[in-house]
Design a binder for this molecule. Structure first.
Ligand code: BGC
Length: 820
């Protein structure tokens, strides 16, 4: 229970200056404390797949859970509740009270760089998963922050882009998870960077105040995305409670001056302070003081949960019978591909966590008995050249010319350093220089690709010879480090096996650590080329089974940039084709944050999509491949055969600062249904099991429905196979004709794990909103009287059962707030 009395009494004692001070962060992650009144600071932490804590790079390690899309693919709210609870424990180890999660933007199209963080293309699935995650987290006293409110369905020009979305589409597709989370009592919400219909969401009064706080009744805190506040009066008067990060850029003194000028609605100031106090109270930090220390706690229970979650989210797209592999017989496995030895456990951007450890697929397979593993990378799939993993020592100087003794020295695990929102002891992070050195002793001679990417100025020297100049003429083109970095500059360099080369980078900051990113990375790669493909083919031919681990990397699937397309990067399609030609028992394991084109689909024996599933990747995938675990995932997003089949084509990524959501409510399967399924490679909701299920004739608790009724659809399910497995029963509603509505929409689902021969019933309860659409003219949710069909099955195109239900008369729920 919130202590409203304490909140109001404290509010009454606050001076105007103190109230204003509460409305922006104290630093990157904490709110302001008011010691005189016993108001402690609350600490927030990224992010959805782990609790990173206050150090953005190389901080205390943390458990890495599956990314949003992998969790969405589990269709298992119980799992998300467990993940939420575990993340609460993780947050405590990082001295944090609030997690900046979940991310519930929709998979509007396949190219959003941040789709990996989001659950699905469907609002119902997204909502159910988000509610479970939030429930798990908050049941343990750690707050959730649903984000990003709203219209952040792409990263392209995200700081300025206007997402132009009509009210019906907003209400039906993009708002539902936010609305439901508010009604379930979420503590915090984060606005987005972009504009909505021309107005920044951070200063959109209709959105933040009228809709969110008045109509939805949100009593929690609205915070900005990091540096998303662009105004003093507009954002304050719109109801943006907390500017993050701190210290204030548009609040503090500027807000006090605007108050003096009479530009500010003082009720908003008071209400904002009240909401900060409510978060303080809810977080419990008044009663149990924060420890002010971040720890690494690697719990066996979290390891086990993540391992199970890998399998729960893995979607088996094709299987000619090769899977599961027989673990009892000796097996010679060719393990091939750029994602075999590298553990692609998470996507890129603010969701990144310093993992306790990472199990690669190769390690996961090597850990099994009875297998002989032959490994070959075959080709690469990087966007930027891979960083060098030898230790790097960095000396910092508080001047512009590296003079005098270093004020601080730090070791990094590789040739990659970033100083975003972090503090290096004694270093003036507004103006500093850093000299970093590391050594490289190549295992093979050859012509290497060497790259330098930087945000700030940098020069790379090899054996004291300037080799890449990222200083003279450097510009932040936005190709790396969100919009703060420049292009990766590349050269070719001959290196000899066994010789030790000394690399060093001279770096100078150009922005302050709070208002920009200061970073550089050195990448080095010996391209495997044609020889790599040939080696892969040879290895594949000599094995019983060939498993190709392909996909993307956290640089492709990342915050801050969108994807250029859905083709697998570099020579991966060719690699799969060659391996499949050499060995008919070819299994493709995909790791991407969304769909890819699969020109080789008909030539391979099996396809498993495992996304970015967290630190237990290799163990979890091996569990699925050998049948110790069921591939429990179902696609949370339609996989198109070609990008051009997607409805956002032509309306993406936007032009002249606007991205028009012209496809309206027809995203994902809502679109493909309308176009007769054309262009679908694998449909929404699809995924194979290792067993078979029989769905019996479903029944509805009532087929004649009165306005306001709820009714339950019960479907008998039987595991007709020889092993345990997971069935995901999906319930869609098809409306009566007469309105421009999707042919059907997912309105319920139930995931059941059944042992061989076991039978159970899947219950899904539907209500008026399940039948309704949003009628913009009447500003109301409306279910017109008529005949609806409830469709039941195991994917959006496999719906063998139907129940007709009749709504006797019109139902309508008028919304409190009209469209702006
Ligand atoms: C992201 C947010 C994140 C915040 C803090 C922003 O760049 O959009 O999702 O929580 O940074 O790291």
């Amino acid at each position: 229970m919130t202590d409203e009395l304490w909140i109001e009494e404290t509010l009454a004692k606050l001076t105007l200056e103190e109230k204003v001070s509460l409305l922006s962060g104290a630093n990157f992650w904490e709110t302001v404390a008011i010691e005189r009144l016993g108001v402690p600071a609350v600490k927030v932490s990224d992010g959805p797949n782990g609790a990173r804590g206050g150090v953005t790079e190389n901080g205390p390690t943390a458990a890495v859970f599956p990314s949003g899309i992998a969790l969405g693919a589990s269709w298992n709210p119980e799992l998300l509740k467990e993940v939420g609870k575990a993340l609460a424990e993780e947050a405590r180890t990082k001295d944090s009270n609030v997690l900046l999660a979940p991310t519930v933007n929709m998979h509007r199209g396949p190219l959003n760089g941040r789709n990996f963080e989001c659950y699905s293309e469907d609002p119902h699935l997204t909502t159910e998963m988000a509610l479970a995650y939030i429930g798990g987290l908050q049941s343990q006293g750690i707050g959730a922050t649903i984000k990003h409110f709203i219209g952040n369905e792409s990263e392209y020009e995200r700081m300025t882009m206007s997402s132009d979305i009509d009210i019906r589409t907003l209400r039906e597709i993009y708002l539902p998870p936010f609305e439901a989370a508010v009604k379930a009592g979420i503590w915090a919400l984060m606005c987005s960077y972009n504009r909505l219909n021309g107005t920044f969401t951070s200063e959109h009064k209709w959105l933040l105040h009228d809709l969110l706080k008045v109509e939805y009744g949100f009593d929690g805190l609205v915070m900005s995305d990091w540096t998303a506040v662009k105004s003093v009066a507009e954002s304050m008067n719109a109801g943006l409670d907390l500017e993050m990060p701190g210290p204030a850029l548009y609040r503090g003194k500027k807000l006090l001056e605007a108050i003096d000028r009479g530009e500010i609605d003082l009720d908003m100031v008071t209400d904002g302070a009240r909401r900060v106090l409510r978060l303080v109270d809810r977080s419990g930090v008044r009663r149990v003081a924060r420890v002010k220390e971040e720890r690494s706690v690697d719990l066996p229970a979290h390891r086990a949960l993540i391992r199970r979650a890998v399998a729960e989210g893995s979607v088996l797209l094709k299987n000619n019978g090769v899977l599961p592999l027989d673990g009892k017989k000796p097996l010679k496995l060719a393990v091939i591909g750029p994602n075999a030895a590298a553990a692609r456990i998470m996507g890129g951007g603010s969701a990144r966590v310093n993992a306790h450890y990472r199990v690669s697929p190769l390690q996961g397979l090597l850990a099994r008995d009875n297998v002989e593993v032959l490994y070959e990378e075959g080709c690469t799939n990087h966007l930027l050249l891979p960083v060098v993993t030898s230790p790097m020592t960095t000396h910092f100087y508080n001047n512009e010319d590296f003079s005098g003794p270093a004020v601080f020295t730090r070791q990094y695990p590789g040739s990659d350093a970033k100083w975003f929102g972090s503090h290096e002891p004694g270093v003036n992070l507004d103006v500093f220089t850093a000299r970093s050195s590391f050594e490289v002793t190549p295992e093979r001679s050859g012509r290497y690709e060497l790259g330098l990417a930087n945000a700030g100025l940098a020069r790379l020297y090899v054996d004291d010879v300037l080799t890449i100049d990222g200083w003279d003429g450097w510009a932040p083109t936005g190709a790396t480090y969100y919009h703060f970095g420049g292009d990766e500059r590349q050269v070719e360099i001959e290196l000899e096996e066994g010789r030790t080369y000394h690399f060093h980078v001279d770096y100078r900051s150009t922005t302050g650590v709070m208002d920009g990113i200061q970073a550089f990375r050195v990448g080095l790669s010996l391209p495997p080329g044609e020889a790599g493909l040939r080696r892969a083919k040879r290895v594949a031919a000599s094995a019983d089974v060939a498993i190709v681990f392909v996909g993307r990397t956290p640089e492709w699937d990342s915050e801050g940039r969108d994807l250029p397309g859905i083709d697998l990067p570099r020579a991966q399609d060719e690699l799969i084709a060659r391996v499949a030609a050499a060995n008919p028992q070819c299994i493709v394991v995909l790791q991407t944050g969304g769909p890819v084109a699969m020109p080789w689909k008909d030539d391979v024996a099996a396809i498993l999509q495992s996304w970015y599933p967290g630190q237990e990747l290799g163990h979890g995938v091996a569990d699925v491949l050998f049948g110790d675990a069921e591939p429990g995932g179902r696609l949370p997003q339609t996989f198109p055969a070609v990008l051009s089949a997607n409805p956002t084509v032509g309306n993406y990524p936007g032009e002249n600062g606007h991205v028009a959501y012209r496809e309206g409510v027809f995203i994902g399967y809502r679109h493909y249904d309308r176009s007769g399924g054309e262009g679908v490679l694998y449909p929404f909701g699809f995924g194979l099991s290792y067993t078979t299920f029989e769905l019996g004739e479903p029944k509805a608790s009532s087929t004649t429905i009165r306005p306001g009724d709820r009714f339950t659809v019960t479907t008998p399910v039987r595991n007709a196979g020889k092993r345990a497995g997971k069935a995901v029963v999906q319930v869609y509603v098809s409306p009566p004709p007469g309105h421009d509505r999707p042919l059907k929409e997912l309105r319920g689902f139930s995931a059941l794990t059944l042992s061989a021969g076991e039978a159970a019933e899947a219950d899904v309860t539907l209500g008026m909103r399940s039948l309704a659409y949003f009628d913009a003219g009447r500003n109301a949710w409306r279910a017109p009287a008529g005949d609806y069909t409830i469709l039941i099955g195991t994917s959006s195109v496999d719906l063998p059962h139907s129940i007709p239900v009749t709504l006797e008369s019109d139902w309508e729920e008028v919304c409190a707030v009209a469209a702006p």
